[in-house]
Design a protein around this ligand. Structure first.
Ligand code: PSU
Ligand code: MN
Length: 301
C-alpha cells in the first residue's frame, strides 16, 4: 500500500495529523448522480455542513490521474462541470490513475482512498447494492464487497430504493457488514423514511455508533459498516409515490438494454424527470443530513 498517487489537501492533512475529525465524501454523486449546477451547490453545501459541525470535509475524486483527498473550490467546480468524467469503482480507479484520467469515485472507490489516507468516516447519499432482477442480470454493486473488506464507516440514507433492499440486506449480512439504522427500527429507503424491512441493528446516538465501530476494530473484525440514516421528514417522498416512478424508470432501463455502470445514473436521471425534480431535492436533503451525522460520529471517534 502506498500513498504516492494521493494528493491530500493541506487542511485534511493537518486535521489528520492532529487527530481532528475528518469526513470523506464521494464524487460520483457529483459527476453522475446529479445534474449541474445542483451537483455543484450540493457539494459545497455538504462541505460547509461538515465544517459547521467542527469536522473537516475531504471530498475524494480522481483528477488528471491524481487521487485527490480534499478538493479546492476550483477543483470541485471543475469536476461538477466535467463532461467526460469516468465513474470509478474498485475495478477502475487504478486505470484512471495510470491513464491520467478524471473521474468521480463511487462509494467503493471512495472507501479505498479514504482508508489509504487514514479517514474512517464517510458520508454519501445511498450505497449501491443488489439491483432488482439481479437473479438474471447479476448486477450487484461493488460497494457491498468494499463494505465487507475496507474498514470505513459509511453513513447513507439506506440502500437506494431503486435496488432490491431485501437482497441487499441479505448480501450485507452474509459478508459480515453491520447495518445500523439511526434512531429507527425500520430500514430507510433513501427518498422515503421507511421500507417493508426491519433494520438489522439500531442505535440512537453518534457516540453509540462510534463505540460500536471501535469495538469491531478492537475485536479484530475487518471491514466497514453501514449506518442507515432516514431522510428528514420534511424532505421525504412517500414510498408508494416513489414505487410508481421507480417501476417506470426500471422498465425503461430494461427495455433500452442499459447495463453495467450506466444503470444507476440512468435510473436516477429518469426518476428526477418523473418526479419533476422532487427526487433531486430529497436527494440533496438526505446527503446533507448524512454529512451532519457523519461529522458527529467522526467527532465521537
Ligand atoms: N447515491 C446517490 N447518488 C449516486 C450514488 C449514490 O445519491 O450517484 C452513486 C454512488 O457513488 C454509488 C454508486 O457508489 O452510485 C453505485 O453505483 P453502482 O450501482 O453502479 O455500483
Ligand atoms: Mn452495477
Amino acid at each position: 500500500m502506498s500513498t504516492r498517487h494521493l494528493d491530500i489537501s493541506p487542511d485534511v492533512r493537518a486535521a489528520l495529523a492532529s487527530g481532528r475529525p475528518v469526513v470523506a465524501l464521494e464524487s460520483t454523486i457529483i459527476t453522475h448522480g446529479m445534474p449541474y449546477p445542483h451537483n455543484s451547490t450540493m457539494a459545497a453545501r455538504v462541505e460547509a455542513i461538515i465544517r459547521d459541525e467542527g469536522a473537516v470535509p475531504a471530498t475524494i475524486a480522481v483528477i488528471d490521474g491524481r487521487v485527490k483527498v480534499g478538493l479546492s473550490d476550483g477543483e470541485r467546480e471543475t469536476l461538477a462541470q466535467a463532461k467526460d468524467a469516468m465513474k470509478l469503482s474498485r475495478a477502475d480507479i487504478a486505470f484512471a490513475v495510470a491513464q491520467g484520467r478524471t473521474g468521480g469515485t463511487t462509494v467503493a472507490a471512495t472507501m479505498i482512498a479514504a482508508h489509504l489516507a487514514g479517514i474512517r468516516v464517510f458520508a454519501t447519499g445511498g450505497i449501491g447494492g443488489v439491483h432488482k432482477g439481479a437473479e438474471r442480470s447479476f448486477d450487484i454493486s461493488a460497494d457491498l464487497d468494499e463494505l465487507a473488506r475496507t474498514p470505513v464507516l459509511v453513513v447513507s440514507a439506506g440502500a437506494k430504493a431503486i435496488l432490491d433492499i431485501e437482497k441487499t440486506l441479505e448480501v450485507l449480512e452474509t459478508r459480515g457488514v453491520p447495518v445500523v439504522a439511526f434512531g429507527t427500527d425500520i430500514m430507510p429507503a433513501f427518498w422515503s423514511r421507511s421500507s417493508p424491512y426491519p433494520a438489522p441493528l439500531r442505535l440512537d446516538s453518534a457516540a453509540d455508533i462510534a463505540r460500536f465501530f471501535s469495538a469491531r476494530a478492537e475485536l479484530g473484525i475487518s471491514g466497514g459498516m453501514l449506518v442507515a440514516n432516514p431522510v428528514p421528514e420534511e424532505a421525504e417522498i412517500a414510498a408508494e409515490t416513489m414505487a410508481v416512478h421507480i417501476a417506470a424508470a426500471q422498465a425503461q432501463v430494461d427495455k433500452n438494454g442499459v447495463t453495467g455502470k450506466a444503470v444507476t445514473p440512468t435510473l436516477l436521471a429518469r426518476i428526477l424527470e418523473l418526479t419533476g425534480g422532487a427526487s433531486l431535492r430529497t436527494n440533496i436533503a438526505l446527503v446533507e443530513n448524512n454529512a451532519r451525522l457523519a461529522a458527529r460520529i467522526a467527532g465521537a471517534l
